[in-house]
Design a protein around this ligand. Structure first.
Ligand code: CIR
Length: 253
């Protein structure tokens, strides 16, 4: 169960955020409204929310998931691989320190973005990506071990972050799409396969029995409902324009 979440409001400079396609610029006002609805959904799932103010210095800073990993036993501030995102961690130590007695840190030359980390109980899968390197993953593994947890790595081929194409929704159910469908390590899970045409919906979030899913992905919604979950649909079109999904918008713990 989760009891809390931390979110960060989108800033006006979100229009300058990193995008692999660059095809569409997010609409700031719309992003703000979508972010407000996201917060309401987290509240509906029973979470108490800490809302951080927007920071115009960091266009991608609303994707707060990437800058820390919050576990039941410790929290770890990351070292984002994207140059424009490295400074997003400034100030986060004081905030996390309000909730965690020990705050750990990934150090250069290690890089890691927590969108590449998926929690499965006491085990963590870490994606090696353009943002998360081997040194960063090794640092993360040894910190987790120190607190009685374990981790393993998976090499990403196509997607930005591990959780772009993968979401663990508890009870041995793993939502997966594309390159993650054939990974031997995941054979032990019940795989809920998201079709390539709805790949964006593979990034969803389990919170206390609810699954937050992006709006307008009917096949995925049906698959998740049939697996026994209550779903909450959210429009995150403006964040999608920057390759961001539902999980990226909060730190849940
Ligand atoms: C970036 O490229 O870093 C942002 N535009 C999107 C980050 C999305 N975060 C995530 O998937 N965990």
């Amino acid at each position: 169960m989760f009891t809390r979440a931390i979110v960060k409001k989108p800033c006006k400079n979100i229009v300058k955020g990193i995008s692999t396609t660059g095809a569409e610029i997010p609409d700031y006002e719309k992003a703000l409204a979508q972010h407000r609805d996201y917060i309401l959904a987290l509240k509906k799932c029973g979470l108490e929310i800490t809302i951080l103010e927007a920071d115009e210095n960091f266009p991608d800073s609303c994707f707060i998931e990437d800058i820390a990993l919050l576990t039941p036993h410790c929290c770890i501030i990351t070292n984002p691989g994207a140059a424009s995102r490295k400074g997003e961690i400034l100030g986060i130590k004081d905030i996390l320190g309000q909730f965690y007695p020990n705050v750990e840190k990934i150090e250069s030359p290690g890089t890691l973005e927590a969108g590449d980390v998926m929690m499965v109980g006491k085990h963590f899968c870490i994606g090696l990506s353009e943002r998360t390197n081997k040194i960063g993953a090794e640092q993360m593994i040894s910190i987790l071990k120190k607190y009685g947890m374990s981790a393993s790595t998976i090499i990403l081929r196509k997607v930005l972050h591990l959780k772009t194409g993968l979401s663990y929704i508890e009870d041995n159910n793993l939502i997966a799409c594309g390159e993650f469908l054939s990974i031997p390590e995941f054979k032990k899970f019940k795989i809920l396969e998201i079709p390539e045409t709805e790949a964006y919906a593979a990034n969803c979030v389990w919170i206390n029995g609810f699954v937050l899913i992006p709006k307008n992905y009917p096949v995925s919604k049906e698959i998740i409902k049939r697996a026994g979950y209550k779903t909450i649909e959210l429009d995150v079109s403006e964040f999608r324009k920057l390759d961001g999904g539902l999980s990226c918008l909060s730190l849940r713990f």
